[in-house]
Design a protein around this ligand. Structure first.
Ligand SMILES: [Fe+2]
Length: 212
């Protein structure tokens, strides 16, 4: 029988980034493809369990374990797509234009873009393996920065990801030493595609004045 659905790994052309080598990207794309493959694999195996319309008691342990792993694999797939999408081929322009909706949203929530950035970069430097994520709450337009452990612990349900930074060591180990994560974060910021970030923003809600 057919499975619930399968995902195709997307192709990204990001050659020529500043401070993040093509070799690093090649390794990273392969890892991403592994998450897509494993998401499909888990889904297929879960589909087999439920295809007879019931989950037998003796199937429950294996079924549970596969289902628990979905959060890791799905988020590993999706977060990498957000991450690659918010990088700009050939390198970005550094900080976003001060007239952008993102900067206005950051000012509205944090007081200034610089304070928002201090928080986001600070999260990126936290010890551990995971992600720094800037989300927007679709209910009120406010921004918030989050640390996500691995791929799945710390995501906020229903929030919209605006900017995603991978801080697993595989994201920079070919270019920097493990202790040089701050240099990678600096390189990441110089390659951000702010037009992508801008397009993720819910414009009508992200530009309310402070206190709204
Ligand atoms: Fe990664």
């Amino acid at each position: 029988m057919s499975s619930i659905g399968s995902y195709q790994a997307r192709q990204f052309n990001l050659s020529g980034l500043q401070g993040i080598s093509d070799q690093t990207l090649e390794v990273h794309f392969k890892l991403y493809e592994g998450y897509v493959k494993e998401t499909n694999n888990l889904t297929e195996r879960i589909t087999e369990f439920i295809s007879d319309g019931k989950v037998d008691q003796d199937e429950m342990p294996a079924y549970s374990e596969l289902t628990r792993r979905l959060g890791f694999e799905y988020n590993g797939m999706v977060l990498h797509e957000y991450y690659f999408d918010n990088l700009k081929r050939g390198g970005g322009t550094g900080d976003p234009p001060s007239s952008s909706s993102f900067v206005k949203a950051a000012e509205s929530t944090f007081g200034s873009y610089e304070i928002w950035k201090t928080d986001f970069v600070g999260i990126g430097k936290m010890r551990g393996v995971g992600w720094a994520i800037c989300n927007q709450n679709p209910a009120n337009g406010r921004l918030s920065n989050h640390w996500v452990t691995l791929h799945e612990i710390g995501n906020v349900a229903g929030f919209s990801p605006l900017l995603i930074m991978d801080v697993w060591e595989h994201a920079y180990l070919l270019d920097y030493k493990p202790a040089e994560r701050p240099k990678y974060i600096e390189a990441f910021f110089s390659n951000i595609d702010w037009s992508t970030v801008e397009s993720r923003l819910k414009r009508d809600q992200g530009i309310r004045s402070a206190g709204a």
